[in-house]
Write a new protein. Structure first.
Length: 106
């Protein structure tokens, strides 16, 4: 069975600390078992996927990176993305699943 995130190769690392909700941590542990890889690898690959796919972030990153515009080559022009009235890119909200209600005693 193939997975979205490939198995972990050897790599240099820098350490950070994160706090995760219980459900996210439980799913992270299961995913680590699923692809037989360490937590830090799965988190790293998931974040790299988000950073590559978030078009608004890529535009923002290009505009705010040190050295942006310091090249001798003409810029291709910024990519214009439609923004809501707030001026900030819309982000999808996480899907919330409600716990089933206990059966009522009749």
């Amino acid at each position: 069975m193939s997975s979205v995130i490939a198995k972990q190769p050897k790599d240099t690392k820098k350490q950070t600390t994160v706090s995760l909700s219980g459900t996210v941590l439980a799913d992270l542990e299961l995913y680590c078992q699923f692809i037989d890889s360490a937590r830090d690898w799965v988190i790293n690959e998931a974040l790299k996927t988000v950073f590559r796919r978030d078009k608004a972030f890529l535009v923002w990153k290009q505009r705010n990176s040190p050295g942006a515009g310091d090249t001798d080559q003409p810029a291709a022009g910024p990519v214009q993305l439609p923004l809501p009235a707030s001026g900030r890119p819309e982000r999808s909200q996480p899907h919330r699943v409600r716990a089933p209600e206990p059966p009522s005693a009749a």
